[in-house]
Design a protein around this ligand. Sequence first.
Ligand SMILES: Nc1ncnc2c1ncn2[C@@H]1O[C@H](COP(=O)(O)OP(=O)(O)OP(=O)(O)O)[C@@H](O)[C@H]1O
Ligand SMILES: [Mg+2]
Length: 228
Amino acid sequence: MDLDLNSLAFWFPKLADAGLRVPRTEIVTTNVELVELLDGNKPAGFDAFVSELETAAATIGFPCFLRTGHGSGKHEWQDTCYVATRAEVVPHLVALVDWSHSVDLWGLPTDVWAVRELIATQPLFHAFNGMPITREVRLFVRDEAVEHVQGYWPEDAINGADQADWRERLAAAQTFDAPTLAEVRDIACRAVAAVGGGYWSVDCLEGEAGQWWLTDMALGERSFRYGD
Ligand SMILES: Nc1ncnc2c1ncn2[C@@H]1O[C@H](COP(=O)(O)OP(=O)(O)OP(=O)(O)O)[C@@H](O)[C@H]1O
Ligand SMILES: [Mg+2]
């Protein structure tokens, strides 16, 4: 397969090596035909893969964050990326395979898996399937220049918020003062330099103590951009 720039397996090691603040992450790759799970079958090599993933999760510690190289199924939070216990690893991986084959015409690849440290946050409110909505920002960088900065969550992307005043909370959290902007711009530029330049989106999430974490990046052309 061609080098898959959009996969966490490509960009994460480079970000970690560059000393950026990233969640501890264990990567597990597999060539097991996971799509067979969707027909109710157990593919060859499945047990060995599960045991590798469970070991990775135990290394990170529960609760942990589970995703593929290409995505997390975040809207289904409690059934996909948020893994509270070892017993949840298998059902959540099945849900992520299902999600990966439902979001894209040809299906997103499921050959790369990442178990990540769950970053402690101060959720603004919860939405979707119990997903904590937190303060996040997405930056678009082309080589050394920040082209665009947007709050991670456009208001119309939120469904099922559990607080009446969620719009105000979101608007306040997604207003960024000058020092914050300087900090996240610096993170995003260092990230794009670390992967060798190009046009990228870089997502940063604010941790509980106000520190910014680099959680995700993707090719700019494939990333949702709004508000220009
Ligand atoms: N390690 C983590 N700890 C806590 N929350 C996280 C962590 N990683 C991601 N999240 C939350 O889950 C969301 C989705 O994670 P991530 O960006 O990895 O998945 P994705 O499916 O690639 O998302 P996107 O659609 O933005 O590309 C993040 O925006 C953030 O709110
Ligand atoms: Mg992503």
